[in-house]
Design a protein around this ligand. Structure first.
Ligand SMILES: [Zn+2]
Length: 266
Protein backbone atom coordinates (compact mmCIF):
# COMPACT_ATOMS: atom_id res chain seq x y z
CA UNK A 1 0.00 0.00 0.00
CA UNK A 2 1.38 3.37 -0.99
CA UNK A 3 -0.39 6.70 -0.79
CA UNK A 4 0.28 9.94 -2.62
CA UNK A 5 -1.57 13.08 -3.57
CA UNK A 6 -2.07 15.10 -6.76
CA UNK A 7 -3.79 18.41 -6.02
CA UNK A 8 -6.83 17.40 -3.98
CA UNK A 9 -6.89 13.82 -5.29
CA UNK A 10 -5.49 11.00 -3.18
CA UNK A 11 -4.04 8.07 -5.14
CA UNK A 12 -3.49 4.80 -3.26
CA UNK A 13 -1.54 1.98 -4.90
CA UNK A 14 -2.82 -1.45 -3.84
CA UNK A 15 -0.86 -4.65 -4.55
CA UNK A 16 -2.72 -7.82 -5.48
CA UNK A 17 -0.29 -10.44 -6.87
CA UNK A 18 3.08 -10.86 -8.58
CA UNK A 19 3.71 -12.73 -11.81
CA UNK A 20 6.82 -13.56 -13.80
CA UNK A 21 7.03 -14.25 -17.54
CA UNK A 22 9.64 -15.37 -20.04
CA UNK A 23 10.62 -12.03 -21.66
CA UNK A 24 11.01 -13.68 -25.08
CA UNK A 25 7.33 -14.59 -24.88
CA UNK A 26 6.32 -11.11 -23.71
CA UNK A 27 8.23 -9.41 -26.57
CA UNK A 28 8.39 -12.08 -29.29
CA UNK A 29 10.20 -9.84 -31.80
CA UNK A 30 12.81 -8.36 -29.43
CA UNK A 31 15.33 -11.21 -29.77
CA UNK A 32 18.92 -10.26 -28.84
CA UNK A 33 17.91 -6.68 -28.09
CA UNK A 34 16.67 -7.97 -24.74
CA UNK A 35 20.32 -8.46 -23.70
CA UNK A 36 20.55 -4.71 -23.00
CA UNK A 37 17.91 -5.13 -20.28
CA UNK A 38 19.35 -8.13 -18.46
CA UNK A 39 19.56 -6.05 -15.26
CA UNK A 40 15.77 -5.54 -15.33
CA UNK A 41 15.11 -9.29 -15.27
CA UNK A 42 14.76 -11.60 -12.30
CA UNK A 43 17.66 -13.94 -11.38
CA UNK A 44 15.74 -16.78 -13.13
CA UNK A 45 15.50 -14.72 -16.35
CA UNK A 46 11.82 -13.81 -15.99
CA UNK A 47 10.45 -10.33 -16.39
CA UNK A 48 8.61 -9.63 -13.14
CA UNK A 49 5.33 -7.75 -13.05
CA UNK A 50 3.10 -6.79 -10.18
CA UNK A 51 -0.65 -6.65 -10.48
CA UNK A 52 -1.76 -3.35 -8.96
CA UNK A 53 -5.06 -1.58 -8.45
CA UNK A 54 -5.44 2.11 -7.66
CA UNK A 55 -7.87 3.72 -5.28
CA UNK A 56 -8.77 7.34 -6.03
CA UNK A 57 -10.35 9.65 -3.49
CA UNK A 58 -11.51 12.72 -5.32
CA UNK A 59 -14.29 15.26 -4.95
CA UNK A 60 -15.88 13.30 -2.10
CA UNK A 61 -15.93 10.02 -4.06
CA UNK A 62 -14.03 6.78 -3.51
CA UNK A 63 -13.22 5.08 -6.80
CA UNK A 64 -11.38 1.79 -7.28
CA UNK A 65 -9.59 1.34 -10.61
CA UNK A 66 -9.40 -2.39 -11.46
CA UNK A 67 -9.89 -5.31 -9.06
CA UNK A 68 -6.83 -7.51 -9.60
CA UNK A 69 -6.53 -11.22 -10.28
CA UNK A 70 -8.66 -12.36 -7.37
CA UNK A 71 -8.74 -14.82 -4.46
CA UNK A 72 -7.91 -18.00 -6.43
CA UNK A 73 -4.44 -16.59 -7.14
CA UNK A 74 -3.61 -15.70 -3.56
CA UNK A 75 -4.30 -12.03 -4.22
CA UNK A 76 -4.07 -9.67 -1.26
CA UNK A 77 -6.09 -6.71 -2.56
CA UNK A 78 -8.53 -6.83 0.35
CA UNK A 79 -5.68 -6.80 2.91
CA UNK A 80 -4.17 -3.81 1.14
CA UNK A 81 -7.53 -2.04 1.08
CA UNK A 82 -7.89 -2.66 4.83
CA UNK A 83 -4.40 -1.26 5.39
CA UNK A 84 -5.49 1.83 3.46
CA UNK A 85 -8.41 2.17 5.89
CA UNK A 86 -11.12 1.55 3.29
CA UNK A 87 -13.93 -1.01 3.58
CA UNK A 88 -15.28 -2.60 0.40
CA UNK A 89 -18.71 -1.04 1.10
CA UNK A 90 -17.14 2.44 1.07
CA UNK A 91 -16.23 2.19 -2.63
CA UNK A 92 -18.65 4.32 -4.69
CA UNK A 93 -17.47 3.22 -8.12
CA UNK A 94 -15.32 0.47 -9.55
CA UNK A 95 -13.95 1.24 -13.01
CA UNK A 96 -12.03 -1.20 -15.19
CA UNK A 97 -9.27 -0.02 -17.47
CA UNK A 98 -10.12 -3.11 -19.52
CA UNK A 99 -11.73 -6.53 -19.13
CA UNK A 100 -8.75 -8.89 -18.81
CA UNK A 101 -9.07 -11.28 -15.88
CA UNK A 102 -6.18 -9.69 -13.96
CA UNK A 103 -8.25 -6.49 -13.68
CA UNK A 104 -11.64 -7.91 -12.68
CA UNK A 105 -10.79 -10.77 -10.30
CA UNK A 106 -12.18 -9.41 -7.02
CA UNK A 107 -15.54 -8.21 -8.40
CA UNK A 108 -17.71 -10.93 -6.94
CA UNK A 109 -17.77 -12.26 -3.39
CA UNK A 110 -17.21 -16.00 -3.89
CA UNK A 111 -19.15 -16.82 -0.71
CA UNK A 112 -22.34 -14.89 -1.54
CA UNK A 113 -22.20 -14.66 -5.34
CA UNK A 114 -22.93 -10.95 -4.94
CA UNK A 115 -20.72 -7.96 -5.84
CA UNK A 116 -17.94 -7.70 -3.27
CA UNK A 117 -18.01 -3.90 -3.39
CA UNK A 118 -21.57 -3.94 -2.14
CA UNK A 119 -22.56 -0.32 -2.82
CA UNK A 120 -20.49 0.35 -5.92
CA UNK A 121 -21.59 1.02 -9.46
CA UNK A 122 -19.31 -0.89 -11.81
CA UNK A 123 -18.16 1.11 -14.85
CA UNK A 124 -17.26 -1.08 -17.83
CA UNK A 125 -15.38 0.07 -20.97
CA UNK A 126 -17.94 -0.17 -23.74
CA UNK A 127 -15.43 -1.20 -26.41
CA UNK A 128 -14.38 -4.23 -24.34
CA UNK A 129 -17.98 -5.07 -23.49
CA UNK A 130 -18.84 -5.02 -27.22
CA UNK A 131 -15.77 -7.14 -27.98
CA UNK A 132 -16.59 -9.80 -25.39
CA UNK A 133 -20.33 -9.95 -26.06
CA UNK A 134 -19.78 -10.28 -29.83
CA UNK A 135 -17.69 -13.44 -29.30
CA UNK A 136 -19.20 -16.87 -29.53
CA UNK A 137 -17.34 -17.72 -26.33
CA UNK A 138 -16.49 -14.75 -24.06
CA UNK A 139 -13.48 -15.17 -21.77
CA UNK A 140 -14.09 -17.19 -18.60
CA UNK A 141 -13.19 -14.18 -16.43
CA UNK A 142 -15.77 -12.08 -18.30
CA UNK A 143 -18.44 -14.68 -17.64
CA UNK A 144 -17.49 -14.93 -13.97
CA UNK A 145 -16.68 -11.29 -13.11
CA UNK A 146 -18.57 -9.00 -15.52
CA UNK A 147 -21.60 -10.68 -17.09
CA UNK A 148 -23.46 -11.10 -13.73
CA UNK A 149 -23.18 -7.35 -13.12
CA UNK A 150 -25.49 -6.72 -16.05
CA UNK A 151 -28.41 -8.84 -14.89
CA UNK A 152 -27.86 -7.56 -11.36
CA UNK A 153 -28.26 -4.06 -12.87
CA UNK A 154 -25.06 -2.91 -11.20
CA UNK A 155 -23.05 -1.83 -14.24
CA UNK A 156 -22.85 1.02 -16.68
CA UNK A 157 -20.94 1.23 -19.97
CA UNK A 158 -18.48 4.11 -20.30
CA UNK A 159 -16.30 5.37 -23.13
CA UNK A 160 -13.91 8.20 -23.87
CA UNK A 161 -14.28 11.48 -21.97
CA UNK A 162 -16.54 10.15 -19.23
CA UNK A 163 -16.36 12.45 -16.16
CA UNK A 164 -15.95 10.25 -13.07
CA UNK A 165 -15.78 13.41 -10.96
CA UNK A 166 -14.74 17.03 -11.63
CA UNK A 167 -11.06 15.95 -11.33
CA UNK A 168 -11.22 12.58 -13.13
CA UNK A 169 -11.97 11.87 -16.80
CA UNK A 170 -11.63 8.68 -18.85
CA UNK A 171 -9.38 8.61 -21.94
CA UNK A 172 -9.77 5.95 -24.64
CA UNK A 173 -6.34 4.31 -25.06
CA UNK A 174 -6.98 1.36 -27.42
CA UNK A 175 -4.60 -1.39 -28.51
CA UNK A 176 -4.03 -3.54 -25.45
CA UNK A 177 -7.77 -4.17 -25.80
CA UNK A 178 -10.22 -2.38 -28.15
CA UNK A 179 -11.98 -0.44 -25.39
CA UNK A 180 -9.05 0.15 -23.04
CA UNK A 181 -9.49 3.26 -20.85
CA UNK A 182 -7.02 5.31 -18.84
CA UNK A 183 -7.95 8.01 -16.34
CA UNK A 184 -6.75 11.57 -16.55
CA UNK A 185 -6.43 13.27 -13.15
CA UNK A 186 -6.35 17.06 -12.98
CA UNK A 187 -6.47 18.88 -9.67
CA UNK A 188 -4.97 22.06 -8.27
CA UNK A 189 -2.83 22.59 -11.38
CA UNK A 190 -1.29 19.09 -11.08
CA UNK A 191 -1.81 16.08 -13.32
CA UNK A 192 -1.71 12.34 -12.99
CA UNK A 193 -2.61 9.51 -15.34
CA UNK A 194 -3.91 6.09 -14.34
CA UNK A 195 -2.43 4.13 -17.18
CA UNK A 196 -3.90 0.64 -17.06
CA UNK A 197 -1.90 -1.54 -19.47
CA UNK A 198 -0.86 1.11 -22.05
CA UNK A 199 2.64 -0.06 -21.16
CA UNK A 200 3.49 -2.88 -18.79
CA UNK A 201 7.14 -2.50 -17.82
CA UNK A 202 9.91 0.07 -17.68
CA UNK A 203 11.38 -1.56 -20.80
CA UNK A 204 8.29 -0.54 -22.81
CA UNK A 205 9.01 3.11 -21.96
CA UNK A 206 12.36 2.87 -23.75
CA UNK A 207 11.32 0.42 -26.48
CA UNK A 208 7.86 1.76 -27.27
CA UNK A 209 7.64 -0.02 -30.63
CA UNK A 210 8.34 -3.55 -29.38
CA UNK A 211 5.29 -5.69 -30.01
CA UNK A 212 3.80 -7.09 -26.82
CA UNK A 213 2.14 -10.50 -26.84
CA UNK A 214 -0.55 -9.33 -24.42
CA UNK A 215 -1.79 -6.60 -26.80
CA UNK A 216 -4.84 -7.54 -28.90
CA UNK A 217 -3.79 -5.12 -31.68
CA UNK A 218 -0.01 -4.71 -31.52
CA UNK A 219 0.23 -1.85 -34.07
CA UNK A 220 -2.51 0.15 -32.39
CA UNK A 221 -1.06 -0.55 -28.93
CA UNK A 222 2.33 0.76 -30.04
CA UNK A 223 0.78 3.91 -31.58
CA UNK A 224 -1.20 4.58 -28.39
CA UNK A 225 1.90 3.94 -26.26
CA UNK A 226 3.94 6.55 -28.19
CA UNK A 227 1.14 9.15 -28.08
CA UNK A 228 0.57 8.70 -24.36
CA UNK A 229 4.30 8.64 -23.51
CA UNK A 230 4.75 11.94 -25.42
CA UNK A 231 1.88 13.44 -23.49
CA UNK A 232 3.02 12.17 -20.08
CA UNK A 233 6.54 13.43 -20.64
CA UNK A 234 5.32 16.86 -21.80
CA UNK A 235 2.85 17.19 -18.88
CA UNK A 236 5.35 15.86 -16.32
CA UNK A 237 2.33 13.93 -15.02
CA UNK A 238 2.48 11.44 -12.18
CA UNK A 239 1.85 8.03 -13.78
CA UNK A 240 0.30 4.94 -12.17
CA UNK A 241 0.79 1.70 -14.13
CA UNK A 242 -1.03 -1.56 -13.37
CA UNK A 243 1.95 -3.90 -13.95
CA UNK A 244 4.97 -1.87 -12.93
CA UNK A 245 6.67 -3.06 -9.76
CA UNK A 246 4.86 -1.74 -6.67
CA UNK A 247 3.95 0.97 -6.01
CA UNK A 248 3.91 1.46 -9.80
CA UNK A 249 3.96 5.25 -9.53
CA UNK A 250 6.47 7.58 -11.16
CA UNK A 251 7.11 9.92 -14.06
CA UNK A 252 8.37 9.77 -17.63
CA UNK A 253 11.60 11.74 -17.84
CA UNK A 254 14.43 12.19 -20.33
CA UNK A 255 17.96 11.23 -19.30
CA UNK A 256 20.78 11.79 -21.82
CA UNK A 257 18.16 12.22 -24.56
CA UNK A 258 16.50 8.90 -23.78
CA UNK A 259 13.00 8.55 -22.37
CA UNK A 260 12.96 6.52 -19.13
CA UNK A 261 10.76 5.62 -16.20
CA UNK A 262 11.58 7.31 -12.92
CA UNK A 263 9.76 5.62 -10.05
CA UNK A 264 8.90 7.43 -6.85
CA UNK A 265 11.22 6.71 -3.96
CA UNK A 266 9.29 4.83 -1.31
ZN1 LIG B 1 -3.19 -6.46 -17.05
Amino acid sequence: MYRTRVGNVEIVSLFDVYFGFDPHRVWPTAGDRLEAYRDRLEPNGDIGMDCLCFLLRADGRTILVDTGLGPESGGVLLDELREAGVRPDEVDEVIFTHLHGDHTGWNMDRATGQPLFTRARYLVPEGDWDDQTSRQLPSSSFSRDIAPLQWMKRMELVGDGHPLSPSLTTVHTPGHTPGHLSIDVQSGGERAFILGDVFLTTIDVEEDDWSGMFDSDMAQASATRKTILDRLEADHALVAGAHLRAPGIGRIVRVDGRRVWQGVTV
